[in-house]
Design a protein. Structure first.
Length: 529
């Protein structure tokens, strides 16, 4: 085996330097944490940024929409770029692009400049996120990959919970631009770490870009992601929404046909779905994303629009979930290496089902302390399932194929998450009358508290007051309809958790035999049990 081929497989890392795997872990966690943290921190500042530029909601929405679109488009090509130019170079370049985009966001003089800079951020993040996982899987031996992704998962699950808290603090202090500026030194240090600690790994073969596939996936994923960002306000039956979903579906069908039957070097290897373990683990992962992250936006909305908590308070209430997930994710990673995914996923989805069933019965006066307990249970479920489904899917993908495999899983998860959020947002809003929608929209501003706790608002003199825009009866109706919407949305999430529980039973692991990925090769399908 030549030096180039050895580097391509990634098996030289642990053999040549036992400490190399830990260098990779530190470098990747540092870079990915920055990207994920920024994503949720920006959401908290959305209304403030909109007011800063005096932008209409439809225009300001592009601050989020273009970022999501850029990530969705960049993720599928990350694998090709790593094969062509090297995984270290591509990953480091992604971090550098994200940091530079952050600087431009903080300096943006107007909305248009901010939107373009957010697109640049998305391109960088879309390259870095999937390749971080591939770097870890290449650096760690097969019997430690669960532990590696478990530790890596702490950044993935903890950063989204810290983001709203950090964003809330900066926004409340009047420093919303520092949500972006803080990424610049962090990103520069991340690039320095990656440059000094990581080894280059690239394919020994020359690879050609699948231009037709890239065009098709860009149109398909881009159109669907854009449609999901506007469906909540426009509705599923709006001509524009239907048109974008149709374009997206046609694009993805054309992409699948191209990858399976036309492209000599597919952009994403869809044939991985022929392997039972990859297919089932991916499907369970999609359902997990729907049930966990798809419903994740519901709780902050409940706390703010219904219960009247400010963004910072909502972020602090969500912390028990982050803490529980941060503790359980590395524990699950170590257990995965010993007993396999089945027992971890079964326990995780049982906890998720219990948690989600209770969330489906939230009331207008449910104790915040009890909500914190439920969030901690949800965090435990997140820690047991999210990274476990990912590492299980990748367990049947060999070293050279890892960048494209991680790109495939991440790209499809992005689409599923966006669709899940759109579906659950629609379900939650379906119970609201036009009048209740208006009341809930007012409740999301600083002029009043939640629709179910309006008396929490204080006037300029400090005395509690109720909004004079609506009668007490209208407020009660809005409260009842809002609660019913959250009940319905969490019920859908509960059904998804039950489906994931059933599917996870067919995956390998205790009480069956478990030997890790060492018995599976890239050429033969892995056993499903």
């Amino acid at each position: 085996m030549t030096d180039t081929e050895t580097a391509a497989t990634g098996i030289d890392g642990p053999a040549a330097d036992p400490a190399y795997k830990w260098k990779v872990l530190v470098s990747v966690i540092f870079g990915v944490f920055m990207v994920v943290l920024d994503t949720t921190a920006v959401n908290v500042a959305f209304q403030t940024v909109r007011a800063e530029y005096g932008a209409r909601l439809s225009d300001a929405q592009w601050i989020i929409s273009l970022y999501v679109l850029a990530i969705g488009i960049a993720t599928p090509i990350a694998g090709f770029l790593s094969d062509r130019y090297g995984i270290k170079r591509t990953y480091t370049g992604g971090l550098a692009i994200f940091a530079f985009g952050s600087l431009l966001c903080g300096l943006a003089p107007g909305l248009f400049a901010l939107v373009l800079a957010r697109g640049l951020q998305g391109l960088g993040g879309g390259l870095a996120l999937p390749l971080g996982s591939a770097l870890l899987l290449r650096a760690f031996p097969s019997d430690e990959q669960g532990k590696a992704l478990g530790l890596f998962g702490v950044a993935i699950v903890f950063a989204p919970m810290i983001g709203p808290v950090l964003g809330g603090i900066l926004v409340d202090a009047g420093f919303w631009r520092w949500i972006f500026f803080i990424n610049v030194p962090i990103g520069a240090f991340g690039v320095l770490l990656a440059t000094r600690l990581l080894r280059e790994q690239r394919s020994p073969h020359e690879h050609r870009l699948d231009v037709v596939g890239l065009l098709a996936v860009t149109i398909g994923v881009g159109a669907i992601l854009y449609a999901t960002t506007v469906v909540e306000t426009a509705g599923w039956t709006a001509p524009g929404v239907l048109r974008w979903f149709t374009v997206g579906a046609i694009g993805l069908i054309a992409f699948a046909f191209t990858e399976l039957f036309v492209a000599p070097e597919p952009l994403l290897d869809l044939r991985l779905y022929r392997r039972p373990t990859f297919a089932v683990a991916s499907i369970v992962g999609y359902v997990t994303i729907l049930s966990l992250f798809g419903a994740e936006f519901l709780m902050p909305l409940y706390l703010q629009a219904v219960r009247g908590r400010i963004a910072l308070d909502a972020g602090l209430i969500m912390l028990p979930m982050a803490i529980a997930a941060g503790i359980l994710t590395p524990v699950a990673g170590r257990a995965y290496d010993r007993i396999g995914p089945r027992p971890l996923l079964v326990v995780g989805f049982v906890l998720l089902g219990i948690n989600t069933w209770n969330f489906a019965h939230l009331g207008a006066t449910t104790s915040i302390a009890w909500i914190c307990v439920l969030l901690a249970i949800r965090g435990a479920a997140l820690g047991l399932t999210t990274q476990t489904t990912f590492v299980t899917a990748m367990s049947v993908v060999s070293g050279p194929a890892l960048p494209r495999g991680t790109s495939l899983v991440n790209a499809t998860r992005n689409v599923v998450q966006s669709l899940g959020v759109a579906v659950l947002a629609t379900v939650a809003a379906a119970t609201l009358s036009p009048r209740s929608r208006a009341i809930q929209a007012e409740a999301s501003t600083e002029s009043m508290a939640g629709v179910c706790e309006p008396a929490r608002v204080e006037s300029g003199g400090g005395a509690a007051q109720v909004s004079r825009s609506w009668t007490e009866r209208e407020m009660q109706s809005a409260c009842d309809e809002s609660i019913a919407g959250f009940e319905h949305a969490y019920t859908v999430s509960f059904v998804a958790a039950v489906i994931a529980l059933v599917l996870s039973i067919v995956l390998p692991g205790w009480p069956g035999k478990w030997k890790g990925r060492t018995t599976w090769t890239d050429e033969s399908p892995a056993p499903a049990g």
